[in-house]
Design a protein around this ligand. Structure first.
Ligand code: NDP
Length: 241
């Protein structure tokens, strides 16, 4: 049992909830964040005993205050999983600037805001695990997702640059790129479109949040110190690079 402190953003639902539960079950002291769905957050905390903090990752000042509070409560964050993400799909010629900004803010700027708060301590203690959740659509592009694909591809470059910066200080940074996973996010896709997507997945089904969580757990471990700057795909063979 590790006892290390882990923070999972967007950890009250979907993939993040599965990541938080997997870390918790493996001895990490876990906290999660959410942005607006208090009912889901309360239900998650009651069920798992994992504390949930309302924290918009896109708000730099809130991230600073939130990390300070969590550090006082649990100790310094040693594992940061930047999982929170949103989609606001529209073809480029119809996409509104506020949708573009919201998607970049929640998926990419939030990662910067939170890394900026935890990395200095990780450098001092010479240990850290940063795991960013990208997407197959950041690797291949997708109709209606110029903003989302740009944010997720941005995370890819961010992760590699941070991996180089942290390497001599015991900090690894890796990206996990899920394919289509059975969560609320995918349930918003039109069922006919979703069936067409599933038909393109060699494994022939959606992935489960737990399958993504297993990958994160592997990257978070002390024994994964030689894996950095990498992208691990969890997509049923949907995209092979
Ligand atoms: P869900 O929509 O099921 O859950 C999203 C979580 O993120 C919720 O807890 C939500 O909080 C939280 N969140 C959203 N915006 C913010 C914010 N600004 N600050 C803090 N928390 C926030 O998403 P998934 O589980 O499906 O996706 C998780 C990650 O995986 C995302 O980054 C997504 O892009 C990525 N991904 C998902 C795929 C899929 O098929 N599902 C495929 C590829 C990548 P609240 O409950 O308050 O809204």
């Amino acid at each position: 049992m590790t006892g290390r402190v882990a923070l999972v953003t967007g950890g009250t639902r979907g993939i993040g909830a599965a990541i938080a539960a997997a870390l918790h079950d493996n001895g990490y002291q876990v906290a999660v964040t959410y942005v607006s769905d208090e009912r889901a957050a309360l239900a998650f905390s009651l069920q798992t005993g994992i504390p949930a903090l309302q924290l918009d990752g896109g708000d730099a000042a809130a991230c600073k205050a939130g990390i300070q509070r969590l550090t006082e409560k649990l100790g310094p964050i040693e594992v940061l999983v930047n999982n929170a993400g949103i989609t606001r799909d529209a073809m480029l010629h119809r996409m509104q600037p506020d949708h573009w900004a919201a998607v970049i803010q929640a998926n990419l700027t939030a990662c910067f805001n939170l890394c900026r708060e935890v990395v200095p301590g990780m450098r001092e203690r010479e240990f850290g695990r940063i795991i960013n959740i990208g997407s197959i659509n950041g690797q291949t592009g997708q109709l209606g997702q110029t903003a989302y694909a740009a944010a997720k591809a941005g995370l890819h470059g961010f992760t590699m640059a941070l991996a180089r910066e942290g390497a001599s200080k015991g900090i690894t940074a890796n990206l996990v790129a899920p394919g289509y996973i059975d969560t609320d996010m995918v349930r918003t896709v039109n069922p006919e479109v979703l069936q067409r997507i599933i038909a393109q997945i060699p494994v022939g089904r959606l992935g489960s949040p737990e399958e993504v969580a297993r990958t994160v757990l592997f990257l978070a471990s002390d024994e994964s110190g030689f894996i950095t700057g990498s992208t691990l795909t969890v997509n049923g063979g949907h995209h092979m690079a």
